[in-house]
Design a protein. Structure first.
Length: 98
């Protein structure tokens, strides 16, 4: 269905539906200069479903992970980096206090 049809069905503006498309909250396909929204991606309550939002978020995480792997050559544990940074900062503060 077209973006205009999806907007009418969702009771949202065309601009809002375009925003959903840009954010990956609705599955769609571009053919020529026109976007077509996957009818199965439309929930009945007027907003993209939570599962659709989760899938978009997971896809973004996957893409970011691939970029990190490509640029850094390896993956790293972000939580471990924060923990180590905090420990180092605590040691510096303890040293400054003594």
């Amino acid at each position: 269905m077209t973006v205009a049809e999806a907007a009418k069905m969702l009771r949202r503006s065309v601009e809002q539906v375009h925003r959903y498309l840009r954010e990956g909250k609705l599955r769609s396909q571009r053919i020529g200069n026109q976007w077509f929204v996957d009818r199965a991606a439309l929930p009945s309550n007027g907003r993209p479903s939570r599962s659709t939002e989760r899938m978009a978020l997971l896809e973004e995480v996957r893409r970011n992970r691939e970029v990190i792997l490509r640029e850094a050559g390896c993956l790293f544990d972000g939580a471990e980096l924060v923990r180590a940074s905090r420990e180092e900062r605590h040691k510096e503060l303890d040293h400054d206090l003594s």
